[in-house]
Design a protein around this ligand. Structure first.
Ligand code: DX5
Ligand code: ZN
Length: 220
């Protein structure tokens, strides 16, 4: 079986008990913590900064932290999140004037680098930076909020990106974010994704039951 990763988005966790809730979802079988950073500028919502990431590390969270930056400008936050304990940092190409430089900055700070495509963002941004990315994240909702419905045109886009990754011969993760649940995860995996962000489908439910169901769907 493929090495699939399940990455709960702690945007839907209990913010008043963030450490505890994050530990709980990891104990229930999650692989990676997906950490959504929103600035009320690039997206119309406001969430967590690097201090929250460091607080999770200080609390004892050792799992990989996958930081999804929905902010502009991005460059100042890259070293700050690397220092705060991030493992991967993903950025939206429209949020930086110098994409190549920002991706390089992520690696220079010791993290893996991700590029994020909104539902209507063209893949052509990849043309000249494929060698600078370790992860490609396709948004299957418009970013800003949890609990939205999966946009089905993402399935075709996933297939296109899967081809590009395979052609590159590089080991690049293909992550999908937005509206992912046990009911559609198999179809999303079939289109080529190997890393799945899920917020509202996990938090507010029985974490272990949902994650087990997702893994069962990925096996079937
Ligand atoms: C949306 C965020 C997502 C969000 C996913 O802007 O990037 O990570 O938390 O939430 P669900 O799984 O509820 O669609
Ligand atoms: Zn996200």
């Amino acid at each position: 079986m493929k090495n699939y990763l399940i990455a709960p988005s702690i945007l839907s966790a209990d913010f008043a008990r963030l450490g505890e809730d994050t530990a709980k979802v990891l104990a229930a079988g999650a692989d990676v913590v997906h950490f959504d950073v929103m600035d009320n500028h690039y997206v119309p919502n406001l969430t967590m900064g690097p201090m929250f990431c460091k607080a999770l590390r200080d609390y004892g969270i050792t799992a990989p932290i996958d930081v999804h930056l929905m902010v502009t400008p991005v460059d100042e936050l890259i070293p700050a999140f690397a220092k705060a304990g991030a493992n991967n940092i993903s950025i939206h190409p429209e949020s930086t004037i110098h994409l190549d430089r920002s991706l390089q900055l992520i690696r220079d700070n010791g993290c893996t680098a991700g590029i994020v495509f909104n539902p209507a963002t063209p893949l052509s941004y990849l043309d000249y930076v494929m060698d600078k990315v370790d992860l490609i994240l396709l948004m299957s909702v418009n970013p800003g909020f949890g609990g939205q419905s999966f946009i089905r045109s993402t399935l075709d886009k996933l297939k296109q990106v899967r081809k590009l990754i395979d052609q590159s011969g590089r080991d690049i993760r293909l992550e999908v974010d937005g509206g992912v649940k046990a009911e559609n995860i198999a179809e999303i995996a079939a289109a080529g994704a190997d890393m799945f962000v899920a917020g509202s489908a996990i938090f507010g439910h029985d974490y272990k039951q949902v994650i087990d169901k997702m893994r069962a769907e990925l096996r079937s």
